[in-house]
Design a binder for this molecule. Structure first.
Ligand code: GUN
Length: 290
């Protein structure tokens, strides 16, 4: 069997066109969704990520405001900027690109972003609402995984989904999303200390690899016919980018699989746009009710 490719690039284009249409509707009501992107220091990968996010905003009609700060910026200075952005009515979403320089505490910064503007979905308020079954902003990568599965008609209700990786930005929120009423998956979260990982992944209808180790998931760890989602992005010594899944051999066993690149990656940016649009709508509601 050769697995069907779950094409994130194509779906991202479709969804970004839908978001552009919704953004245009909001513009008719006098609201232009706005995203503030904060970049501290000169990490080249972060610069590329932020540039791609701003490009996608432009295409969808979302305003983007770039705040580039030197690597030596103090935590207090960054907090001051976030306070200003929290209060700025033209800014509906705030994205602080991670990682931050070592002298700045990431949790302090993530906690400082207004819960109404937390379009990354990383903050404790967003995560708490999700855990309480009242989601507001879903973290972008796990939300992108959900959309890839749902829009490709992969059945999730009652399915056993095994998530490999328990990070705060992918594994943990993804498990919470898949457990939501209406999605109704049975979720197992495993990690580097899980006993007999292969027995767990082989019992899955859907396996999500999100642990950040190149080619970790091999063909014999997948049940024939399972769906495989690869969240990993790892750079090999020769410069090539690969996922956490050993793509070619796993494709011979799985029924559907996401490629790297072109799978989950493009969906992450798309869900950031989606959250920014949601944040702009939310600001309209809170303005009307105050
Ligand atoms: N660094 C790597 N991925 C992300 C992301 O999705 N959001 C932010 N803020 N920083 C990141």
């Amino acid at each position: 069997m050769t697995a069907r490719r779950l094409d994130g690039k194509q779906l991202a284009q479709t969804m970004q066109a839908e978001i552009a249409e919704e953004t245009a509707k909001l513009l008719h009501h006098g609201i232009r969704p706005g995203l503030a992107a904060v970049l501290v220091g000169d990490n080249p990968a972060s610069q590329i990520y932020v540039r791609n996010k701003r490009r996608a905003c432009d295409k969808a009609g979302i305003a983007s405001f770039l705040h580039e700060l030197p690597a030596g910026t103090s935590e207090a200075e960054l907090l001051e900027l976030i306070d200003r952005l929290n209060a700025d009515p033209a800014v509906h979403g705030i994205l602080v690109q991670l990682p931050l320089p070592k002298h700045i505490d990431e949790s302090t910064i993530v906690d400082a972003v207004s819960p109404l503007k937390d379009v990354d979905g990383f903050g404790p308020h967003s995560l708490g609402l999700l855990a309480a079954g009242r989601p507001r902003f879903l973290a972008c990568t796990p939300h992108g995984v959900l959309q890839l599965l749902v829009r490709n008609d992969i059945p999730l209700a009652g399915a056993h989904v095994v998530v490999v990786g328990r990070s705060n930005i992918v594994g943990k929120p993804l498990a919470l999303i898949l457990m939501q009423k209406g999605i109704d998956a049975t979720v197992t979260v495993c990690h580097s200390r899980s006993r007999d990982l292969t027995a767990l992944t082989r019992s899955a209808d859907v396996v999500v690899a999100a642990l950040g180790r190149a080619h970790f998931l091999r063909a014999d760890t997948i049940r024939p016919g399972a769906v495989v989602v690869d969240v990993g992005i790892n750079r090999l010594p020769d410069g090539s980018l690969v996922g956490d899944v050993d793509f070619e051999p796993v494709s011979e066993v799985a029924s559907a699989i996401t490629p790297v690149p072109g799978g989950v990656g493009p969906m992450t940016i798309t869900m950031l746009l989606y959250n920014t649009l949601q944040a702009a709508r939310l600001s309209r509601k809170t303005r009307q009710s105050s």
